[in-house]
Design a protein around this ligand. Structure first.
Ligand SMILES: [Zn+2]
Length: 246
């Protein structure tokens, strides 16, 4: 199957769904990882242009570790809005990638960029099948609505700090070392997070989260997802089926 994982910034996919993407890629599925932003604000040392270039390079390296393609969605940090131009752009991207399954960010999360990507992708999955909806891309409209899934919000909490329980947890114990390697590709972020978020341990924080999520399902390490089942969206458990959960 063609599967798209799309989130806001370089490193979000690795933290929230890296192990699941690794599992799916190893099973022979065609994975594309997209970051809507190039992460251009994630530095105190480099200009936005330099930072964006470095971070896209890190994201591409992480994707390559599991044989996935990487694409940038054309937007920038703190500048992701659910507006007309961005929705058309996201729809064009989905028509080009033509996924059957889409994994995206949670609708409620600590940062608006994450929430905006969730809204853009949800509606773009619907709009991708409407030929009269014009996009900057000339790719043909889809003849289906992709199965849509939300990753966990960061730390499993919505923007008011309430716990968001997943519909199901994917066992990524066997893929955890690879997931860690993927996140380690984002070298520029270790220094930035230390300076800006006061987080001294990028990889350890991810490890603690993945272990915590796994333990809720009695796995060593896990990643949680919720399936979006709004009116016309596919209801069947396509992703769960690929992962032996349905
Ligand atoms: Zn992010």
């Amino acid at each position: 199957m063609r599967i798209l994982a799309i989130h806001a910034h370089p490193d979000d996919i690795e933290i929230l769904a890296g192990g699941t993407c690794a599992r799916l890629a190893a099973a022979g599925h065609e994975l594309t990882l997209v970051t809507m932003s190039d992460g251009d604000c994630g530095s105190r040392e480099y200009t936005p242009e330099e930072t964006g270039r470095i971070r896209k390079g890190e994201a591409a390296k992480a994707a390559a570790l599991i044989g996935a393609a990487y694409r940038w969605g054309g937007l920038h940090d703190l500048s992701i809005f659910n507006d007309d131009a961005s929705r058309r752009q996201t729809t064009g991207l989905i028509r080009e990638i033509r996924p059957e399954i889409v994994l995206t960010s949670a609708p409620s999360d600590y940062l608006a960029d994450h929430e905006m990507v969730s809204l853009l992708v949800r509606d773009a999955c619907f709009a991708a099948g409407a030929p009269n909806y014009r996009t900057p891309s000339t790719a043909e409209a889809l003849t289906w609505i992709p199965h849509l899934y939300f990753m966990d919000p960061i730390e499993g909490l919505d923007r008011e700090g309430r716990v968001v329980p997943p519909d199901f947890v994917v066992d990524v114990s066997a893929e955890f070392a690879l997931k860690r390697e993927m996140l380690a590709c984002h070298e520029s972020q270790r220094n930035w997070l230390k300076a800006h978020h006061g987080m001294d341990n990028y990889l350890v924080t991810m490890e603690e989260w993945t272990r915590h999520r796994g333990q809720s399902a009695r796995f060593g390490y896990g990643e949680g997802f919720r399936q979006y089942k709004g009116h016309p969206y596919p209801q069947s458990p396509a992703l769960q089926g690929l992962l032996g959960l349905a």
